[in-house]
Each structure stands twice: as C-alpha cells, then as structure tokens.
Design a protein around this ligand. Structure first.
Ligand code: GLA
Length: 388
C-alpha cells in the first residue's frame, strides 16, 4: 500500500527534510487507440492508481532520485543530464532536461516516489511519473508553467529519454483528468471536453494479461512510421493533407494499390477508430451502453486484425468477454502487445464474470490474470494543503 505518510517518512529519513507531495494518476482509455499521434481523437480518463511523488529542493546541483518500489537510488548532476541505465530514472531526468532547455532554472532537488499502477499494463505509469515530476517541479520552483506546456514537456521527455515516439494522450489524461468523467481530446487542436461517466448498472473492470511482449516499443514506433508512409503517399494526390486526420476513406481507396495492403489497413483502421470515438460520445450522452460496448469490440477487432498491435493473450480475453453474458464491451487498451483489457460489465454479475475470465485464462496460459476495478479521479494534483 502506497501512501503519502510513508513516502514522507522515507524522504525525511533519506534526505533530512520534509517534502511536498504530489499525486499523478495512471489512465484508462475507453476508446480511441493509436489515433493520438495521427492528430485524431481519444477518450481516456484518469484513475485512482498512479504515482506518489515527494519532492524538495536541496542546496547543491545534484538531483537525488529514489524509487521506493525498486529500492534504487540514482544521483545525477544537473549539468550533465543524459539517459541512464535505470529506465525509471529517465522519465524524471527527461522532464528536468525539457525544463532546462526551455530556459527554466531547475535547481538541485531530491525526489522519492512510489507507484501502485502495475508497470507495463497499459495504464501509463510512465506518463504518470513524467506528469508528477513536471507538476511538482513547477510548484516547488515557482515556475508558473501552464499545464499544457507541462504536458508537452512530459511527452517530449518520453520521446527523447525513453525512446518511445508516443502521442499526447497519456500525459494529457494524467494531467487533466476529472473525477467521474472521461475526456475527449482532439489531439490536433488539443481542444477537449469532459463527458460524465455514469454506467448505472454497469462498471469498468480491467483484466491484466500479465504479459508485455518485447515488441511493445519497436512495434509502436513502427506503426507510427507506417502511418506516416501512408500520409506521404496520399499527400502526392492531395497536397493539403498533413496527417491521417485529413484523409478520407475515399482518398485511401483511390491510393489503395500504391499503399499496398499493409499500409492501407493501418491507415483505414485509424480513420475508423476516429469515427468510433466520435460516435461513442454520442452513445454516452444517450446512455446507450449497448452500442457503446459494440464500438469497444469493433475497436479491438481493428486493433487486432488491421493494426496488429494485439497479442494472443489480449485476443483471448476479448473473445471470451464477447461470449460472456453481462459484458457489453471489451477491448485492449493503450499501445498493445500486452497489458490490460478494459471491460464494461454488469455490476451484479461482476464476481462470476471475473471468475470466468480468470479460470479460462489460467487454463489457457497458466497464469492468473489480475482483474480489478478502477475509479475515475482528478488529474495530477498536490496532496492536501501542500504547495500546489
Ligand atoms: C501509448 C502511447 C499513447 C497512445 C497509445 C495508443 O499509450 O503512449 O500516446 O498512442 O499508446 O493509443
């Protein structure tokens, strides 16, 4: 169990000061995957699991970072920021580097953090870590950087220090989430709107495959460049096109031969997924969970067959969900190649549904998947009355 009291006492003992504390949530994504870096739409929400960060300035030029979960410390000099072999440190140092490059004079500081979001499960523990440190340093050093800039710094840190060419969804959701609401984000204009999430007799249950395939990072970057290839081809005939957001099914069909079947499928998935996000919020507003759930299944099908970012474990769980009474929708979530499925399940059947998922999965893969509920909470914030 992570809590701020324990975190503060670890901090005090290690670094002999009382820290300021911040919480940055992980996120779920109801629908809209692999659309963000194509200037499209997403529908994520911040959750009650995330990263707890304790921070305080020190008087030197060193950053001392301590990861409670790993019981590891990394110490670096502010004048020599570069990627480290301990991967967790890169998310923190990457953000400091962004701030420095933007002209903010980050001074020496100490940081202790812990997380209760399962790593590699598609719940964006890394974005939470980046947002937590960005938000915390902004407060501790009185920089007054707007949240949207913090979000972009966090995303850029991931590109440059973690090597993943991610979109903006995870950092945006972790920073801007709102209790009991999903956030529909237009990843081009960065306009967003909150949609109340009241599933009445239904609720969200996540089911963790407990696997993260090694393809995750390379496969992700490869998908991104395949989309760019598609855009470059369509652009020859439609010079106004800047990203897949500007491409229509008709344009794709016309260029089908030149695109080839693989690039065509990648691009057409993205177009369809954007439409699904826009339709899904209409259904949410009408309380039409049945059709909302159908979109979730359709999203998974596209991610698995056209975009090919699923894996046998995720497919198994979604297939099982589709034949389980009381489940309205299910899909993989996030980058893919492992991690969690998100399921919309009847409250009064939750227990039997989880049992069914767990025993069938165990029979097939020999591991018990972790199935759990999440609550939808506010984005990154200061703890209690500490400086925010
Ligand atoms: C990862 C990335 C996001 C997004 C999702 C897929 O979580 O960090 O930017 O692209 O994958 O939707």
């Amino acid at each position: 169990m992570v809590n701020f009291d324990t975190l503060s006492s670890i901090f005090l003992e290690r670094y002999q000061q009382t820290p300021f504390c911040y919480f940055a949530p992980g996120r779920i994504n109801l629908i809209g995957d692999h659309t963000d870096y194509n200037d499209g739409f997403v529908l994520p929400a911040a959750i009650d699991k995330g990263i707890y960060i304790a921070l305080q300035k020190n008087t030197g030029s060193r950053i001392r970072l301590y990861a409670v979960n790993y019981q590891e410390e990394v110490i670096v000099d502010l004048n020599e920021l570069k990627p480290q072999s301990k991967l967790w440190a890169n998310y923190l140092i990457g953000v400091v580097n962004e701030m420095q490059e933007a002209g903010y004079a980050v001074g020496g500081f100490d940081c202790v953090f812990a997380g209760d979001v399962p790593i590699g499960s598609g719940l964006s523990s890394s974005a939470a870590l980046e947002c937590g440190i960005a938000f915390g340093l902004n407060a501790v050093f009185d920089f007054h950087i707007p949240k949207i800039t913090l979000i972009k710094m966090a995303q850029s840190a991931e590109h440059r220090f973690a090597g993943v060419q991610c979109g903006i969804m995870d950092q945006f959701a972790s920073m801007m989430g709102k209790e009991d609401h999903a956030l529909r984000l237009d990843c081009r204009s960065l306009e967003y709107a909150y949609f109340p999430l009241d599933f009445k007799n239904y609720q969200i249950v996540l089911c963790n495959t407990m696997v993260k395939h090694s393809l995750a990072d390379s496969g992700y970057n490869e998908r991104r460049s395949q989309c760019e290839t598609g855009v470059a081809i369509v652009k020859k005939y439609h010079p106004e096109v800047r990203s897949l957001r500007d491409v229509t099914q008709e344009m794709l069909s016309k260029a089908k031969e030149e695109l080839g079947p693989l690039i065509y499928d990648r691009c057409s998935f993205v177009l369809e997924e954007n439409d699904r996000v826009l339709n899904s919020t209409d259904y949410l507003l009408k309380d039409d969970l049945i059709n909302f759930g159908k979109l979730m299944f359709a999203s998974h099908h596209g991610l698995s067959k056209k975009y090919e970012v699923s894996c046998p474990e995720l497919d198994f769980l979604v297939e099982l969900a589709s034949t389980t009474e009381g489940v309205l929708g299910a899909r993989m979530m996030g980058g893919g190649f492992g991690g969690c499925t998100i399921n919309l399940v009847a409250r009064d059947r939750k227990k039997e549904i989880i049992n069914r998922f767990q025993s069938a999965y165990e029979n097939e893969f020999g591991i018990t998947p972790d199935c759990f509920e999440v609550e939808i909470r506010n984005g990154t914030h200061a703890y209690k009355t500490h400086k925010s």
